[in-house]
Design a protein around this ligand. Structure first.
Ligand SMILES: [Zn+2]
Length: 404
């Protein structure tokens, strides 16, 4: 499942000059297990603080917005206009969030909280002339600790970064509370597996699995994040995997390799590595690549034999016949299975046309280097560049009609 969806932010070009901060941006979140709320404060200071910030409240999880500066709330939007060199805005964030099938994708208990930092801090677009030095400070009960995919300045205090934005917000999964973590540097990525203490979580198994497979994945995606946080927990958390920026959530019950030999862990890691999302008809590209590589990486690392790999791919192709078209808004089940088969065919075609000089890796790497939205047109263009000629696999009839 792909959760990364870019909201409308003010994206401004950044220069290659040494970083100079135009202003400080300090987020403070006081997490309270009794009220199940986080009281969040944004504090701006410096001579060039943004003059206008537009805050998106559409998730319905933000309340009690306050500021001494002009603040206008219109429906799902708040416009905040800080004056002078300092500005403060605060609000309460409702941590618990249950998905339609009943599982939680955000939850606080008396002992821990698992949530997304990009939900905790509301989506904001800002009019600003310079770059922000953004940091996040967490205030919590005394015996709690935290894990986020960012470098620590000190305990529960993080330096945020996002080279593509001037107004930086935290992103990805976070876990706080009485938690247990295992950490290692894997192929240059600071990798941390964290979950609530006293739950049946196999942190060492996951870490060993990553030691074994992440280096192969990073060969395809050299821009893979320097920090990776894997959050895992038991019921009543959502019983699946959900990727985020530099991080993912995986339910503690999920096997690292499923009965059909695909790996949801590698699938979600591919989402973290590519950072792409589809337009209205291209989710199959995002999901198909993740599912294809969830088998392909295991094949390359010796996790499955060639014979088992082919059997697993054949099964996906059979299942995929139930999908009449790939061009749907959300790819899942048979659509994703069929999409993975298309990726396998595409890989074969690119290798053949290029005399083995190129493969689908070149296409995936190129998509991951720009991240953002992928369209069929761009995917086809990159595939043809890798193949050195038009590719038959991506002909429209191959993607939309049933096989004979
Ligand atoms: Zn997915």
């Amino acid at each position: 499942m792909m959760l990364i969806r870019l909201l409308t932010f003010t994206v401004l070009a950044f220069t290659l000059a040494p970083v100079t901060w135009a202003y400080d941006l300090l987020y403070t979140a006081k997490i309270d297990p009794d009220t199940k709320l986080a009281r969040v404060e944004l504090a701006l200071s410096g001579k060039d603080i943004p003059s206008k910030l537009s805050i998106n409240l559409s998730s319905g999880r933000y309340k009690d917005l306050k500021s001494n500066d002009p603040l206008e709330i219109k429906g799902d939007k708040a416009i905040w206009r800080p004056k002078g060199r300092k500005g403060k805005l605060s609000y309460s964030f409702i941590i618990d969030n249950q998905r339609s099938n009943g599982g939680y994708d955000s939850r606080i208990t008396q002992d821990w909280a698992i949530l997304r930092s990009d939900k905790l801090i509301a989506p904001i677009s800002a009019t600003s002339r310079g770059r922000s030095n953004a940091r996040l400070k967490l205030e919590m009960p005394n015996d709690w600790s935290s894990a986020l995919p960012y470098p620590k300045i000190e305990s529960n205090f993080y330096q945020l970064s996002d080279p593509t934005r001037r107004f930086v917000r935290p992103k990805g999964w976070m876990i706080v509370g009485k938690i247990g973590s295992r950490q290692d540097i894997i192929a240059g990525t600071d990798t941390r597996i964290s979950g609530p203490k006293d739950e049946n979580i196999r942190r060492q198994d996951i870490l060993a699995f990553l030691n074994w497979n992440l280096p192969e994945l990073k060969k395809i995606f050299p821009l893979f994040p320097e920090h990776l946080l894997i959050v895992t927990a038991d019921d009543p958390m959502w019983r699946g995997g959900l990727s985020g920026t530099r991080s993912l959530f995986m339910h503690a019950d999920r096997p690292l390799i499923s009965g059909n030999r695909t790996s949801s862990m590698i699938h979600e890691l591919v989402h973290v590595g590519t950072g792409i999302h589809g337009d209205d008809q291209s989710d199959w590209i995002v999901e198909g690549l993740a599912e294809f590589y969830s088998l392909e990486i295991l094949r390359r690392t010796g996790g499955i034999s060639e014979t088992r790999y082919e059997e697993a791919m054949d099964k996906l192709a059979q299942w995929g016949k139930k999908a009449p078209t790939l061009l749907v808004k959300r790819s899942s089940g048979p659509v994703t299975a069929r999409a993975a088969s298309v990726m396998l065919e595409l890989d074969k075609e690119i290798r053949k046309s290029s005399d083995g000089k190129a493969s689908i890796d070149d296409v995936a790497r190129e998509l991951a280097s720009t991240r953002g939205e992928v369209t069929l047109e761009r995917f086809r263009k990159l595939s043809e560049r890798a193949a050195g000629q038009p590719v038959k696999t991506l002909a429209l009839e191959n993607l939309t009609s049933k096989e004979p």
